[in-house]
Design a protein around this ligand. Structure first.
Ligand SMILES: Nc1ncnc2c1ncn2[C@@H]1O[C@H](COP(=O)(O)OP(=O)(O)O)[C@@H](O)[C@H]1O
Ligand SMILES: Cc1ncc(COP(=O)(O)OP(=O)(O)O)c(N)n1
Length: 276
């Protein structure tokens, strides 16, 4: 293939932590990008020692190292969309936000990762204000789960009316779209993710899957969303694909390790290929 007849390569960037177990973080994001036909790039914020049993260690990188990775990408490889995951500290959040402004990366999905499933903190408490002040105003979409929305808004969420109220409050912090994910609401046979654009609510429902193999669901969902945006889809369309991607990935979850196994990043494409 010559340089001139190459088709355009769609690229997405994840700014997140590494999960040594491969189910969440950078690893989940890159697998998801690849499965959706998007070239994946990464800027690492932290290394975690992690497996299906939990998080055994968290080792954040220096802000200088994160800035250098973003500069290397910014100087050469413009991403078509960007997502953030684990950012750990207010210093890293300020650095990342400053680089996003510098390079004009506005197709931005913020997954406000705070705590891993086993309870280990992935964002320092004092960094929540930095997230609100520096990153939310830059974001196109934010994808909190229910506990994250409670921390961002300071309100207790119980029931759909509370979720709508919380989505309004988060929207007022700057993102153009809020997706308040419903995985932590264990009521009922359906899981409902709420999409709010500042005017109307869209309810994305899917059957609740009874499984403990849900490690990395939030990372995978937000990465699928970023991949869709990179491909040029509008937010409502990209959310539908992300929901289908995560549904398939949870349904075919991987029973590896002794704890919460990861979702199956192959599942969505396997189904499209008729291999299940
Ligand atoms: N048991 C489940 N069955 C079906 N979908 C689920 C289940 N748990 C989570 N999801 C989906 O996975 C995505 C992540 O949800 P959630 O668990 O709320 O976030 P997080 O992984 O960030 O804690 C959402 O799209 C949600 O609807
Ligand atoms: C390195 C790293 N980043 C993010 C997470 C949290 O991932 P999430 O998709 O919310 O999945 P669970 O932790 O809830 O399984 C993580 N664990 N590690």
């Amino acid at each position: 293939m010559t340089d001139s007849n190459r088709t355009k390569v769609i690229k997405a960037l994840t700014v997140a932590g590494s999960d040594s177990g491969g189910g969440a973080g950078i690893q989940a994001d890159l697998k998801t990008f690849q499965e959706l036909g998007v070239y994946g790039m990464s800027a690492l914020t932290a290394v975690t020692a992690q497996n299906t049993l939990g998080v055994q260690g968290v080792y954040p990188l220096e802000a200088e190292a994160v800035a250098a990775q973003l500069d290397s990408i910014g100087a050469d490889l413009t991403p078509d969309a960007v997502k953030t995951g684990m950012l750990f500290s207010s210093g890293l959040i300020r650095t990342v936000a400053q680089k996003f402004r510098q390079y004009g990366w506005t197709k931005l999905v913020v997954d406000p990762v705070m705590v891993a499933k086993g309870g280990s903190p992935l964002l320092q408490q004092e960094a929540v204000q930095a997230l609100i002040a520096h990153l939310l105003p830059l974001s196109l979409v934010i994808t909190p789960n229910i506990p994250e929305a409670e921390i961002l808004t300071g309100m207790k969420i119980s029931g759909m009316a509370d979720r709508e109220a919380a989505a309004r409050l988060v929207h007022a912090m700057g993102p153009r779209y809020v997706i308040l994910k419903g995985g932590h609401d264990e009521e009922g046979a359906q899981v409902t993710d709420l999409l709010y654009d500042g005017e109307q609510f869209i309810y994305l429902q899917s059957p609740r899957i009874a499984t403990r193999h849900t490690h990395g669901t939030g990372c995978t969902f937000s990465a699928a969303l970023a991949a869709g945006l990179a491909l040029g889809h509008l937010v409502p369309q990209a959310v539908h694909t992300a929901k289908a991607f995560i549904q398939a990935a949870i349904e075919d979850g991987l029973n590896i390790g002794a704890g919460h196994g990861p979702t199956n990043h192959f599942a969505y494409q396997n189904r499209l290929r008729g291999q299940r």
